[in-house]
Ligand binder design. Structure first.
Ligand SMILES: Cc1cc2nc3c(=O)[nH]c(=O)nc-3n(C[C@H](O)[C@H](O)[C@H](O)COP(=O)(O)O)c2cc1C
Length: 186
């Protein structure tokens, strides 16, 4: 039996009923063959403090390990005030140090976002690209997955109503896995 390829996924928002959480779950159900999405819990993580780099929260170390062992990372994020939500940036800041333990170096990363408005979280996604640029990650350029009007985008089973959106989601997941299999990040 061949071992399944692991992809780490995180983001969403902390609220129940988050559309970004719905999209993460949708991705989990639609991963390419022989692949599974390990959704990481990022709730309840205290604020980053540089004095605690050598004493980071247990949850952060578990995340770091999961990301290191995965072949790629999927980040699904809402947009707050035209940028990355503070809780998500906080998690990335914790993980980014010490630099020799940065789990994102050369790691293929796929970004997706859902927003309540028309631009689908694109501004937050572009800020995430900038952050991962500093962290030497291999962020996939296209297709870009921006889901607008989150409140109307999903049906009652949590599937995307627009087949074109679903096509882009599937395409991006396939590219993420094939990039991971090329060996980047290992
Ligand atoms: C603090 C806050 C700031 C927001 N700022 C933006 C924004 O800049 N752009 C946008 O498109 N939507 C913004 N929204 C609306 C979110 O897109 C919407 O609440 C979305 O459903 C959040 O994602 P979630 O469903 O995964 O929680 C904001 C919402 C909150 C709570």
């Amino acid at each position: 039996m061949t071992e399944k390829i692991e992809i780490a996924g995180f983001g969403g928002s902390l609220r129940n009923g988050s559309y970004n959480k719905l999209l993460l779950e949708l991705c989990k159900r639609n991963m390419p063959d022989n692949t599974f999405l390990n959704i990481l819990d990022i709730s309840g993580i205290e604020n980053f403090n540089e004095e605690r780099i050598k004493d980071s929260p247990q949850k952060i170390e578990e995340m770091r390990e999961a990301i290191m062992r995965s072949r790629g990372v999927l980040v699904v994020s809402p947009e707050y005030n035209y940028s990355v939500p503070g809780f998500l940036k906080n998690v990335i800041d914790w993980l980014s140090v010490p630099p020799e333990k940065n789990p994102f170096r050369n790691k293929p990363i796929a970004l997706m976002s859902v927003s309540g408005g028309m631009l689908g979280g694109s501004r937050a996604q572009y800020h995430l690209r900038q952050i991962f640029q500093f962290l030497d990650a291999d962020v996939i350029r296209k297709p870009e997955v921006f889901i607008s009007f989150g409140g109307q985008a999903f049906d009652q089973d949590g599937n995307l109503k627009n087949p074109l959106s679903m096509k882009f989601v599937t395409e991006l997941l396939n590219i993420l896995v094939s990039r991971g299999l090329e060996g980047a990040g290992h």
